[in-house]
Write a protein that binds this ligand. Structure first.
Ligand code: AFP
Length: 322
């Protein structure tokens, strides 16, 4: 592992952070290649194991996790990393400046049907003097993220990223292997007529969410006086990509389907990075009751309720929760 001292460019940009982001993109390009090979790479289907979340692991989940983990740790820029697929954080270089939390392959149920999936990542600074095996380093609010993004493996492979100065999208040019800037200033329209929620859970939601969705479904005949459309990709990365492109509201609210687990989405490597992107693009992100990025996590695999997207629509939804 190489010795790291932060090197700042004249404009204050940390060159180590740029190198770390490049490393992450190298891992994602490799995952993109495996994903595009599908059955030819022999990585479809499930393993015999469950991950720490108690969910069946797909072979591609495991392959992507190993690739992402090995490449980021090998770079030497990370004090530690943590992943949806790992029970504990994994120590890295004691002199590494950064922490990376990631979901190597979000939307696992889409793998075998050749539908949208992606890698989500969040980068934070490692606290000064903290040991690489100190897992509590990761328990920082989302406001401490220095970079967040995702790589979407769709008809084209796209990177969407923020370092806190707006959101940019890039498209992977497979002819020369680079991510080319294709959207310089992503901006979510404040109003929308599109919502995304798993309607099959309706009877398990809290009353405010039931009432809000009822009013959307009533369309022009209800108090909202306009017709709404619904979309559900079953991969947060795909649903959030859509709202970053054309607006919308995405929700995975509290439910009583499983009494032991009232929330579905993970704070550190799903909700926080997506909230950073959404807020940087002019949207709003909340649990329904509080700003997601202000929450101090109490464990590395903590789950939260999520309501995010177009500002006016999310605020309307939050009014139902007051
Ligand atoms: P994985 O992280 O296991 O791939 O799950 C994906 C996800 O957490 C999120 O990306 C989706 O929005 C959500 O699950 C879909 O959940 P449903 O099973 O309720 O459609």
């Amino acid at each position: 592992m190489r010795r790291l001292t932060p090197v700042l460019r004249e404009d204050g940009v940390d060159l180590d952070l740029i190198s770390l982001i490049r490393t992450i993109l190298a891992a994602c390009k490799e995952i993109s290649f495996r994903v595009s090979q599908g059955a030819l790479a022999g990585v479809l289907g499930s393993t015999l194991d469950e991950n720490i979340q108690g969910e069946t692991q797909k072979q591609l989940d495991v392959v992507s996790n190993e690739l992402f983990k090995d490449i980021t740790l090998e770079s030497g820029f990370c004090r530690a990393i943590m992943s949806e697929e790992e029970e504990f954080s994994v120590p890295g270089n004691p002199e590494g400046e950064y922490l990376v939390a990631f979901d190597p392959l979000d939307g696992s149920s889409n793998i075998d049907i050749n539908s949208l999936i992606g890698t989500i990542f969040s980068i934070m600074k490692a606290p000064v003097g903290a040991a690489p095996d100190d897992q509590d380093m990761f328990l920082q609010p989302g406001t401490q993220q220095v970079c967040a993004g995702y790589v979407l493996y769709g008809p084209s492979t796209m990177l969407c990223m923020t370092t806190g100065k707006g959101v940019r999208m890039f498209t992977l040019d497979k002819t020369h292997g680079g991510f080319l800037l294709t959207e310089d200033k992503v901006s979510i329209p404040p109003a929308t007529k599109e919502f995304a929620i798993n309607m099959s859970n309706q009877r398990f939601w809290e009353t405010p969410m039931q009432r809000y969705i009822d009013d959307l479904i009533k369309g022009e005949e209800g108090k909202r006086e306009k017709r709404f459309n619904m979309r559900w990709i079953a991969a947060m990365v795909g649903d959030v990509h859509r709202l970053l492109c054309r607006g919308g509201i995405f929700m995975y609210p509290t439910d009583t389907k499983n009494q032991k687990q009232p929330f579905k989405l993970r704070l550190l490597y799903e909700a926080n990075p997506m909230s950073f992107l959404v807020e940087q693009a002019g949207g709003v992100s909340s649990t329904g009751y509080e700003r997601i990025m202000s929450m101090t996590p109490n464990n590395i695999h903590q789950r939260v309720a999520v309501v995010m997207g177009s500002k006016d629509e999310v605020e309307t939804c939050l009014d139902y929760h007051k």
